[in-house]
Design a protein around this ligand. Sequence first.
Ligand code: FAD
Length: 493
Amino acid sequence: MNPRHPIANLPTHEVTNMPPHLGDQDLWTTDVALKQGVAREGGDWATSHLAKFGRQAGRQEVFELADQANRFSPELKAFDRYGMRINQVEFHPAYHALHEITVSGGLPNFAWNNTRPGAHVAHAALNYMFNQVEGGVVCPMAMTYAAVPALKTTPAIADEWLPKLLSTQYDSRDIPLAEKTGAQVGMFMTEKQGGSDVRANSTKAVRDGDGYRLTGHKFFCSAPMSDAFLTLAYTKNGLSCFLVPRWTPDGQRNTLFLQRLKDKLGNKSNASSEMELQNTWGVMIGPDGRGIRTIIDMVQGTRFYCAFGSAALMRQGLVQALHHTAHRTAFQKKLIDQPLMRNVLADLAIESEAATCLSLRLGRATDQSETGDQQAAALARIGTAVGKYWICKRAPNHTFEAMECHGGPGYVEESIMPRLFRESPVNSIWEGSGNVICLDVLRALHKDPQTREAYLAEVELALGGNVHLDKALVELKDALNDIPPILSCGPGA
Ligand SMILES: Cc1cc2nc3c(=O)[nH]c(=O)nc-3n(C[C@H](O)[C@H](O)[C@H](O)COP(=O)(O)OP(=O)(O)OC[C@H]3O[C@@H](n4cnc5c(N)ncnc54)[C@H](O)[C@@H]3O)c2cc1C
């Protein structure tokens, strides 16, 4: 309390038994599970970058920017004052300030700019730290990172786009790619009549010279100010993948019509839109009629983001709960010393650390699969789906429990807890909702027996540690011997 404050000495305004402000957080140094996990999974060569970023991202002023970017959410400017279509979204300056931090820190591209073992682990660690501060800005980071493998299937496009996607300069200007210092890519798969079931897409593409013209609607388009979008549309050969840029090669604005922005539960800083494509220019990525196969690599990357993004929400919820309970006294003891609260906090800590460890392990599998390791690729294939399912499913409950540790103040908007709680379901819903992930795991097990072997080899490493887990593992092996074939199920946008 400031003794010079005029009301400081009034008896009704004496504030006691309230925690001090948490202030700056060193998101790297204070996170033992993260530091150990990064070293264990091969990313320790990136420590100095991670440590610097963790200090920078965890500053109180960055948390304040995050609050502002969520409180003053983006606005659609579909038309200018003369009625011309401009298809712009206006963001609060805090959103752009957060973008400067993430892009210069390498959040969309660290793994692609540092091609050495552990790069995806370090990449995950960077994004995990920032997602504790703000999840909305991480959405375009995820899509830009994940688009890279799909773009690489078409070398001429990769040559044009990758230098801009791999840039560490944030350039928010809506201008042709050639004039930009850095660029981002979004993804439109979901349509009104089909999200998980992308084969129900109705968007059509017809040949136009070297490119295509696409017509259709896309129902969920996040980060709509991105410089280009990967999307799916039907040609006469089937569902195909296209890159649709904001600007056509002849320097015209492409006909991407922003219809409206979604009023979402959380993830408020990030615009999610509905978009209509009317004779919109695009270029095919990957083989004609093999669009799902092409875009599935992108989905794998964004699911990886979902897993460590939700682990991050758990971690920040835990940090906040520990801080509050360490300073608040009830019934003559600090809350953290009350036996029941200790149980709750221990459960939160164990689950948070487990989610962090699993996410980083998936990073190593991704790293190793890049070098052609088939066993690692099989583990990354199935493990990313399983990890995404479990961590994202648990995040809302975990965040809620961390909120409850605060009592009433945790429910109040001045605390970060409502924002973390609102953010927590999204990773479970998008990029394959729960059931769709379950079906995808079954499909992987059925189509590629190596996924089963890779998965069992991984979990068998824990054999002998606990009788209950050993028993569960025997049952799991039996169950995996009898995988039912499943009907077709798409990637789940
Ligand atoms: C904040 C936010 C941002 C988003 N951003 C994007 C974006 O940028 N680009 C994009 O393309 N999409 C985006 N999406 C859309 C999201 O990916 C879809 O909502 C999601 O894939 C689910 O599709 P759907 O909404 O059509 O639900 P549906 O496919 O109708 O599914 C509804 C429910 O049914 C379940 N289900 C589906 N099929 C089966 C089955 N065979 N058996 C049992 N259960 C089943 C699903 O698991 C789900 O729980 C975003 C969504 C949100 C919330």
